[in-house]
Design a protein around this ligand. Structure first.
Ligand code: ADP
Ligand code: MG
Length: 276
């Protein structure tokens, strides 16, 4: 059976403010979905809520993985059951090497039939090569001192070794140069099969040239307001989101001048500027 992640009517709050306002989405093995949308619209919130970040409070809705209630699971249970999140801002963890981190996570998925050290290293190094990463990586502390692009590749490295069923990749393209983008894109693409589906969160068309989505969703103000195919990508790239708002009668101006969001847009701009 193909793995299936089913999100229904998901509403979530961050610091008391409702950000997700009812999201419906189903992702199956073999499928690539893309979510595009303006900054501050709730894309990362969706990924954090599904993965179980404690700051994101779910107030309504359901999330099921192969029929099992994800919202009842702890974060590591979600991971062991086959969910994976490549974070927009991967954390640095001092004192744990990259290889130890992934190996521990992998062993926890196969308790009782752990992979031998040698086999693990073969698998890990194969992934390092395929991602054209530096060979000293296995021995360095998790993400510590990595460049923005190396951190992003490292998320994909973990994913290749862990082989999740459903992965959410949050702006995996930010901070990557053109060559890195192609490498990451091809590596993710090559993983897609009946046992693996993914959700790509992105602003830009570039990544989607390497990983062709079957479905493109537009998220505005915490809801998926439109779903289509690849034709939406080009349209967004050329025309932005104003036409969607006009078509659906969404008044985003109101939100942009709302004090909370003004601060947020500022933050996003600063974060993006730092990454460049
Ligand atoms: P996107 O990923 O679409 O750019 P986010 O999901 O990151 O948007 O943010 C959606 C809204 O939720 C923004 O207004 C943002 O400021 C707010 N938000 C997200 N995470 C936090 C947080 N940890 N604390 C406070 N506000 C947050
Ligand atoms: Mg985001």
């Amino acid at each position: 059976m193909k793995p299936t992640l089913t999100i229904k009517g998901l509403k979530a709050q961050v610091e008391g403010k409702e950000i997700l306002k009812g999201v419906d989405l189903e992702i199956k093995g073999g499928e690539v979905h893309a979510i595009m949308g303006p900054n501050g619209t709730g894309k990362s919130t969706l990924s954090m809520a599904v993965m179980g970040h404690p700051n994101y409070k779910i107030t309504e809705g359901t999330v099921l993985l192969d029929g099992k209630d994800v919202l009842e699971m702890s974060v590591d249970e979600r991971s062991r059951n086959g969910l994976f999140l490549a974070m927009q801002y991967p954390k640095e963890v001092s004192g744990i090497t990259n290889a130890d981190f992934v190996r521990t996570a992998l062993n926890k998925r196969h308790e009782g039939s752990e992979m031998s050290f040698v086999r693990f290293f073969q698998k890990f190094e194969k992934a390092v090569k395929e991602l054209k990463m530096r060979e000293d990586l296995p021995h360095r502390y998790l993400n510590e001192g990595f460049s923005g692009g190396e951190k992003k590749r490292n998320e994909i490295l973990q994913m290749k070794v862990l082989e999740p069923k459903i992965a959410i990749l949050d702006e995996i393209d930010s901070g990557l140069d053109v060559d890195a983008l192609r490498i990451v894109g091809e590596n993710v693409s090559s993983m897609v099969n009946d046992n693996f589906g993914c959700l790509l969160i992105t602003h830009y068309q570039r990544l989607l040239e390497y990983i062709k989505p079957d479905f493109v969703h537009i998220m505005i103000n915490g809801q998926i307001v439109k779903t289509g195919g690849q034709e939406l990508i080009k349209k967004i790239d050329e025309d932005g989101y104003d036409w969607v708002k006009a078509e659906l009668g969404i008044d985003l101006e109101e939100d942009l001048f709302d004090l909370d969001n003004k601060v947020v847009l500022g933050n996003c701009a600063v974060r993006e500027a730092i990454e460049k």
